[in-house]
Write a protein that binds this ligand. Sequence first.
Ligand SMILES: NC(=O)c1ccc[n+]([C@@H]2O[C@H](COP(=O)([O-])OP(=O)(O)OC[C@H]3O[C@@H](n4cnc5c(N)ncnc54)[C@H](O)[C@@H]3O)[C@@H](O)[C@H]2O)c1
Length: 331
Amino acid sequence: MVQVGCGDIATTGHLPALDRSPAVTLVGVVDVVAEHRDAAAAAYGVPAWTELGPAVAAGARAAVVAVPPHVAPSLTLAAIDAGLDVLCEKPMAVDLASARKVHDAARAAGRIVQIGFKNRFSPLVRAARRWLDDGLIGSPAVYTLGGFDERYDAADTVHVGRIQEFLAHGPSYLHEGAHLADYLAYLTGATPVRVRATGVRSQPRFHGENFVSALVDYANGDAARMEVGWFFPSSPKGEFRILGPRGVALIDRPEQVATLTTRDDDGTLRTEEVRFERPWNDECFDRQLAHFAECVRTRAEPETSTAAGLASLRLGAAVTESLREGTVVVW
Ligand SMILES: NC(=O)c1ccc[n+]([C@@H]2O[C@H](COP(=O)([O-])OP(=O)(O)OC[C@H]3O[C@@H](n4cnc5c(N)ncnc54)[C@H](O)[C@@H]3O)[C@@H](O)[C@H]2O)c1
């Protein structure tokens, strides 16, 4: 395996997961910035390169691509061309045309390309899915999903530069909302049918809308309010709530607990709780990587395939269009 892109999420998520995994061996790292690739190479005792060629020569059969999403399609296509399977970060691109190229190329070449929707691998999200599947929440359901992070600290020029680069290629929802869109895809499989969104650039210096709120109607009658807020002085706790006629599910990510509250026909209130001690990200990155390794071994379609990546990006593009044009986007 080769790690392509040795920035923040590679350093904090992918490389530690690769290091822990019994299923893969890291043969080296690739990055265009010497400081980034050298630091990763030193930390894991592997060679550092500026491009994929030497990694393939060194025996890499798969790549983790964790570069900014406007760069990701060209590197994922290069990896597919080089005969590698790919675990690519989300969003898989910032525009649908580039994402489709990756999807088509992976299909044509018979390569496994998995998109990094790691959060759906959380045991707490799996519990919510089980409750929905068992009819404990009921239908139609109303989802409230929020993600607030990337706290603004003007003195942290590296962080500000990274987030500004993301915002220059799309509002915060296009990036962080990719996970929120994927939660719904995973939990219900329903297709969005209508999107209304609004967005705010809370300081003129920001390169895009750092706050986005979207209302999404789904074909099965479910509805969702999704919010992403970046670059505020502090980050409120994100929301994960499902309201249904039979039950209410909440996921408290910082507390690492999922709770289901239901009421029996005789009025008795019941609560079920799933707690998880291990840090969310460690668990999600490990499970995501194990799934990728298994798909590479068996040649099975990943759960978070390029089709899932395209579906998530389609919602991201509709949210962007709605907030920028002031329109309701109908599928
Ligand atoms: N799954 C998650 O929870 C999660 C969390 C954070 C970020 N991400 C995603 O991961 C991706 C990377 O984010 P990040 O925060 O690590 O960004 P980053 O800017 O910290 O890191 C990106 C790295 O890619 C390198 N790079 C850029 N162009 C390159 C090229 N052509 N070839 C090789 N290397 C190149 C940069 O030098 C940098 O080291 C983004 O798509 C982001 O949305 C996912």
